[in-house]
Design a protein around this ligand. Sequence first.
Ligand SMILES: *Cc1c(COP(=O)(O)O)cnc(C)c1O
Length: 391
Amino acid sequence: MYVRKSRLLTPGPTPLLPSAIRAMAAADLHHRTADFREVYSGVIRDLHYFMGTENGIALFASSGSGAMEAAVSNLFSPGDKAVACVAGKFGERWLQIGEAFGLELVVLTRPYGESVGPEELERALRDHPDAQGVFVQATETSTGISHDVEAMGGIVSSTDAVLVVDAITGLGSSEIRIDDWGLDVVIGGSQKALMVPPGLAYCAVSEKAMGRAERARNPRFYFNLKKHIDAGPRGDSPWTPASSLILGMAEVLRYVREIGRERLIRNAQLLARATRDAARAVGLELFARDAIPAGAVTAILAPDGIDSGEIVRGFRDRFDAIIANGQGSMKGRIFRLAHLGYFDFHDLFAAVAELELILRLMDRDVELGSGVRAVQAVYLEACAEDNGGAR
Ligand SMILES: *Cc1c(COP(=O)(O)O)cnc(C)c1O
């Protein structure tokens, strides 16, 4: 009650890896040196492993939106037609960027909590055979849903269009086979599954997309994909890199190699399943009912008569834990528990037990321990799946 540790339980920024925090402190260096070039090229190499792709990778000093802008400015010309799949706040960002760069967008919208189906995309591409691109979120962080980017990749790869996937919270929390599924641009950010602070964006770009970059006429300078992709493997960046964050990311990628990228994803998926089970067990309703739930974050509806902000405040005031409210029109209706990156079962046990207490202290009828038991059940199941091992 009187001693409280601060905890970050949001889907970006996420908890930092301790060894990365220490590595970031060693930033009294120069970036055009052999030592730093080795770190930088190692980060590019390890990003290939983390993302599971052979495509060229660009790494920018910016938040995730910088790489979203790069995809639009590098691959398209003013007046180009493209399809935008919009099912939440980050989908809406595609509209804003597309508009800023003069694209003519065909918008496929679904209400918050739902997802755009592959069949809708297929129909749109049939109706608009001149579409040059498709924009989508692998995981829509604002609502906790996933899009079926595997099916979408299959549909788009047989056309001239390029598929641009914002996987900023999808990477590291769900299986995304970039090369097998034909995903042309896949975008990530440092402050999500990669356990370092905000400030780095990265994206993998297919040859099909690079061919388009040569012809596209939209203006670009800082976010030039080709310049970044060419320089990275040599340990160089066109402009001064965010050295401190690069040192942290090198450490995180070493950690991911150690545990294995599949295990990082499985970790998020298990925590996601346990979070959903726990929410239902304490009598709450999940926000994403008919869509594929995200591995990164779970959106939960506040009970009738309670503003979700009160639950968010309960976590903050009682436990010094920061969880996410809904965004935009969902503010007050949902709250979101994250589980991507450096999250473990310990975090989830605490969060669920605290949620039970917060609801009880609001005079809600909650059986204490019901949510915690649901998390324990998933943990035991996972142990059994891992050959009955004790770990
Ligand atoms: C966090 C996030 C972004 C990027 O936001 P920035 O504030 O620019 O880092 C974009 N898309 C999704 C789905 C995200 O979760």
